[in-house]
Design a protein around this ligand. Structure first.
Ligand SMILES: C[S@@+](CC[C@H](N)C(=O)[O-])C[C@H]1O[C@@H](n2cnc3c(N)ncnc32)[C@H](O)[C@@H]1O
Length: 269
């Protein structure tokens, strides 16, 4: 990890620690509902990952663990990692409180080879993850190194076209080139669960196109089974979206020019 990235990761970690303190009591994450048994996973990943019973599952960038613990409730043997120590502490508390058997480890994604032992049947990561990572080549190699032969990598992520928008402007404005390479710095008050929360979010991020993501995975020895792109999202990332019958969000018809999400399923050869 070079010194510049180290500085970026420290700022991001501090911001994510502050976010956890707000997110854990937010309506968005509905921890009370989760405690009562609500599964926090969305229909896309539930369908596309499939049966996890008895499988060893590594969840990268697990935030405060609700999705990891949802996989545990479905019978997976889970390990979740995240940069944020506050997130990992909260995840451990929830795990103990609910009597589940997940393991949570505070770790930068790039330290996973040092901090996480063993190999997994499934590596999973979702919604708002690759944008925190400067180097996808190493990301792909780490994923491949943590999978057993025949193991499955699954990701579902906001589409790179969505990240071409600057969401600090209202309405969001196209601001970043698809192939943007430079680090993007943003500073704003609040967080996506509570825009009026009394925190200052300071974030360094990187945009990654689909070609870069796919190449990182295939060069690391993963065989892509599918790459799906979706118009409907569980999250209302843009203002004034329409709600669909299945409880998702979709851009208004006149603005429906690009997908909001993509998912990739790949197998370790
Ligand atoms: C948007 S959240 C993931 C959201 C997740 N799907 C959820 O809602 O629970 C992104 C997560 O990535 C973590 N993160 C950011 N940079 C990281 C890094 N370099 N290594 C590991 N985790 C990182 C943050 O701490 C945060 O928990």
């Amino acid at each position: 990890m070079n010194e510049i990235n180290k500085k970026y990761f420290e700022v991001n970690k501090d911001t994510w620690n502050k976010k956890v303190s707000i997110h854990k009591t937010s309506e968005f994450y509905d921890v009370e509902g989760f405690r009562k048994g609500k599964n926090s996973l969305n229909a896309y990943e539930l369908k596309e990952v499939g049966d996890v019973k008895g499988k060893r599952l590594l969840h990268l960038q697990c935030h405060f663990g609700q999705d990891t613990l949802s996989w545990s409730r479905l019978g997976a043997k889970c390990t979740g990692i995240d940069l944020s120590d506050e997130g990992i502490n909260e995840a451990k508390k929830l795990n103990n409180e609910l009597g589940l058997d997940a393991i949570f480890i505070e770790s930068n994604l790039y330290d996973v080879p040092k901090k996480v032992k063993g190999k997994f049947d499934i590596v999973f990561t979702s919604y708002g993850v690759v944008g925190w990572l400067p180097d996808l080549k190493t990301w792909g190699e780490i994923i491949a190194s943590k999978l057993k032969k025949g193991g499955v990598f699954y990701m579902i992520e906001f589409h790179p076209i969505v990240w071409m928008y600057d969401f600090l402007q209202t309405p969001p404005k196209l601001a970043y080139p698809y192939l943007n390479k430079d680090v993007i710095y943003e500073e704003y008050s609040g967080t996506y669960t509570n825009s009026d929360a009394a925190i200052l979010s300071k974030e360094y991020g990187w945009n990654h196109g689909l070609g870069e993501v796919v190449t990182a995975l295939t060069n690391a020895g993963l065989q892509i089974e599918f790459l799906h792109e979706f118009e409907k999202s569980p999250y209302n990332s843009f203002p004034e979206m329409d709600k669909t019958e299945d409880g998702m969000f979709i851009l208004k018809e006149s603005q429906r020019m690009f997908p909001l999400l993509y998912s990739i399923r790949a197998t370790k050869k």
